[in-house]
Write a protein that binds this ligand. Structure first.
Ligand code: DGJ
Length: 536
C-alpha cells in the first residue's frame, strides 16, 4: 500500500532543502514510475508561468516581471526564437538571453527556454527569413496532391542541419552564460505536427514511406516489422509523420544535450481525448496522445512530453492528465489557459505527482488569447493562480520530494452535474472525500462553488499521517474497511508551514468544530498535518 517507508517522512522533510552545490545539472529522474525534476540536486516543483509569444524582447521584460512577482511563480517559460538569435546565417545575437538570465536571477525565478525553430504551432513563423523564404534550400512539405504545404519538411537534411546548428550555438552560449543553471529545462520546438496534411509526400518522404519501418522502432514498439502500411494500417500516415518529426526533434535535442545535458521536453497541441478525429483536423504528427509511443520510440533524447491544455472542462482536463502522466512520462503541463477556471486544476496536477504547471500569457503586454484563456488578465485572474503558488512555494521542495518518493493525491472541482460535486481519494487504509460548495457542518448536499474553484491536495507523511491542503473545499476521512469493532478517530490536526529548510513549523491545533464535521478550506491558505487513528 505504501511506497514510502514508515517513519521516513520526517527524514524526507528534514532533508528537503537542497544540499548539493548549485552547479548541479538539472535532471529528470524516474523511480517506480514516479518522477522528479532535480534542480540543485533536489526535487523541484515548477510553479510556472509562460509569457506571450512576442514578449521575448528587452522592451517587454518590464511588462513581465510585475505579473510574475505577483504570481509568486518560481519558474518562467520564455521563447528563444531562431529568427532572433540568428537573423543572418551564421551571425548570432544572445543579448536578450543574457539580459533575461540576469533579470531572472534578480527576481528569483528559474527559466525554461522554448526553442521556436522549425516548428512553432506547426509553422515556420519563427524561422529566420533566410530559412522560411528559401523553399529551394529549406523545402516545405508536399501534400498528397503534390502541392507545397505551409510547414517545413521533416525530411530536409538542410533544414535539420541549420536548426540543429543554431540550437547547438544556443546551448553553447548557455553553457558559458549560465553556470548556476538558472535555466532548468529546454523545450525543443513548439507544438510540432501539421494541420490539414497528415504526412509529407516529398520524394525523400515517399522513399522512407515505401521502406520498412526502421528496425529500432519495430524493436522499441514491440511490433512486427514490415511496411508502414502493413504495420500501422489506417494510422500509417500519422504514425509515419510522428516518426519523421520525432526523429528530427530528437536529433536537435541530442546535439544540444551533447553540449549541455539539460532536461529537454516537447509540448503537444492536443487531439480530442475522447473521439477519433480526422487527422487533418489537428496537429497530426505532433506528440498527440495517439502517437505517444511512437514519439517515445523515435525521440529517446526527449525527457518528457507535455500537454498544452486549453480546455478547462473537468472530464477533458483530467483525461489529458491521465493520458500524459504515465510511468514512462513525467506529467508536466507546460501551457494551460490563464482564465480563472483553469487555476483549480493545479491541484489535480500536483496530486498526480506532476513536476510543473504553467498558465500561458502571463504578462501585461496587452494580448489576451481568449477564448483559450482569460479575456483580460486582471488582478482577480492573476490572484486565482497566485493563491496556489503562495500556498505551495514555501513547500515546493517538500512536496516534490514527497511526490517522488511517496504517495500524493489531488483533485480539482468538477464542472459536473450536482451529484458530482464530490471527489474521492483512495489513500489505502483511509479514504478522503472532498466536497465542493457545502456548508462547513457538511449537513446539506454539496452544490458546487458559485464558479468551480475548489481543489485539494494530500501527501502521505508516514503511517496514518497526511499533509492536507486546499481551497474552497471540505475534506472528510473515513475507514472504508474497518476491522470488527474498529472506529476511526482524528488523533491530531496541526496547522503550520514549512520553513526554508523544509522543517515543519507548528502554528496551532485544530479541534472541536474545526475537525468534528470535517476540515473546511476557504480562500485562506492553510496547511494541515492530519494524524488519523482507530479505537475499539
Ligand atoms: C499554444 C502555443 O504553444 C502557444 O505558443 C500559443 O500560440 C498558444 N497556443 C495560443 O495562445
Amino acid at each position: 500500500m505504501k511506497a514510502i517507508s514508515r517513519g521516513l517522512a520526517y527524514a524526507l522533510l528534514a532533508s528537503a532543502a537542497p544540499v548539493i552545490a548549485a552547479a548541479d545539472m538539472p535532471r529528470l529522474v524516474t523511480d517506480h514510475g514516479r518522477h522528479a525534476l532535480l534542480v540543485d540536486g533536489a526535487p523541484f516543483l515548477m510553479l510556472g508561468a509562460q509569457v506571450n509569444n512576442s514578449s521575448a524582447w528587452p522592451a517587454a521584460l518590464p511588462k513581465i516581471w510585475p505579473t510574475i512577482d505577483r504570481l509568486d511563480a518560481n519558474t518562467l517559460e520564455v521563447p528563444i526564437a531562431w529568427e532572433q538569435i540568428e537573423p543572418r546565417e551564421g551571425q548570432f545575437d544572445f543579448s536578450f538571453l543574457d539580459q533575461l538570465l540576469a533579470e531572472a536571477k534578480a527576481h528569483d525565478v528559474r527559466l525554461v527556454l522554448l526553442w521556436f525553430g522549425t516548428w512553432k504551432n506547426t509553422a515556420p513563423g519563427y524561422a529566420p527569413s533566410w530559412v522560411k523564404l528559401d523553399n529551394k534550400r529549406f523545402p516545405r512539405m508536399i501534400d498528397d496532391k503534390g502541392q507545397a504545404a505551409y510547414a517545413l519538411s521533416p525530411f530536409a537534411q538542410t533544414t535539420l542541419d541549420a536548426d540543429r546548428a543554431a540550437f547547438v550555438r544556443l546551448m553553447t552560449h548557455l553553457k558559458g552564460a549560465d553556470p548556476d543553471h538558472r535555466v532548468i529545462m529546454m523545450q525543443v520546438e513548439n507544438e510540432t505536427g501539421t494541420y490539414g496534411v497528415p504526412r509529407d509526400h516529398s520524394p525523400a518522404a515517399e522513399r522512407a514511406f515505401e521502406a520498412p519501418v526502421p528496425a529500432e522502432i519495430v524493436r522499441r514498439l514491440g511490433v512486427h516489422g514490415g511496411s508502414w502500411a502493413s504495420v500501422f494500417g489506417a494510422d500509417a500516415d500519422e504514425q509515419f509523420h510522428a516518426w519523421a518529426i520525432a526523429r528530427y526533434v530528437d536529433a536537435v535535442a541530442a546535439a544540444g544535450k551533447a553540449v549541455m545535458p539539460l532536461p529537454m521536453y516537447v509540448n503537444a497541441a492536443l487531439a480530442d481525448p475522447f473521439k477519433t478525429q480526422d487527422p487533418k483536423s489537428y496537429a497530426a504528427g505532433g506528440p498527440t496522445h495517439q502517437v505517444l509511443a511512437m514519439w517515445k520510440a523515435a525521440a529517446p533524447h526527449i525527457d518528457a512530453i507535455g500537454p498544452d491544455i486549453y480546455k478547462s472542462d473537468f472530464a477533458i482536463y483530467m483525461k489529458y492528465l491521465d493520458l500524459y502522466g504515465r510511468p514512462d512520462n513525467a506529467l508536466f503541463v507546460p501551457e494551460t489557459g490563464n482564465a480563472t477556471a483553469y487555476a483549480r486544476h493545479f491541484f489535480a496536477v500536483v496530486g498526480r505527482g506532476g513536476i510543473g504547471f504553467s498558465p500561458f500569457g502571463m504578462d501585461q503586454t496587452g494580448y489576451f488569447n481568449f477564448p483559450l484563456g482569460a479575456a483580460k488578465l486582471d488582478a482577480e485572474t492573476i490572484e486565482a493562480f497566485a493563491a496556489n503558488y503562495r500556498l505551495f512555494r514555501p513547500m515546493q521542495r517538500v512536496w516534490a520530494k514527497l511526490a517522488y518518493q511517496g504517495h500524493v493525491w489531488g483533485v480539482s472541482e468538477p464542472t459536473a452535474p450536482e451529484a458530482e460535486h464530490r471527489q474521492v481519494m483512495a489513500l489505502g487504509r483511509w479514504r478522503a472525500t472532498a466536497t465542493f460548495g457545502q456548508g462547513q457542518f457538511g449537513i446539506d448536499p454539496p452544490t458546487g462553488n458559485p464558479t468551480p474553484s475548489g481543489g485539494v491536495a494530500i501527501a502521505e507523511l508516514g503511517p496514518d499521517e497526511y499533509l492536507v491542503t486546499g481551497y474552497h473545499a471540505r475534506v472528510t476521512f473515513d475507514l472504508p474497511a474497518p476491522k470488527a469493532g474498529e472506529h476511526m478517530i482524528i488523533d491530531r490536526v496541526e496547522e503550520g508551514h514549512f520553513d526554508t529548510q523544509g522543517q515543519w513549523v507548528f502554528e496551532r491545533v485544530w479541534n472541536g468544530d474545526q475537525t468534528d464535521y470535517g476540515l473546511n478550506f476557504t480562500s485562506v491558505p492553510q496547511l494541515l498535518k492530519v494524524k488519523l487513528a482507530t479505537y475499539r
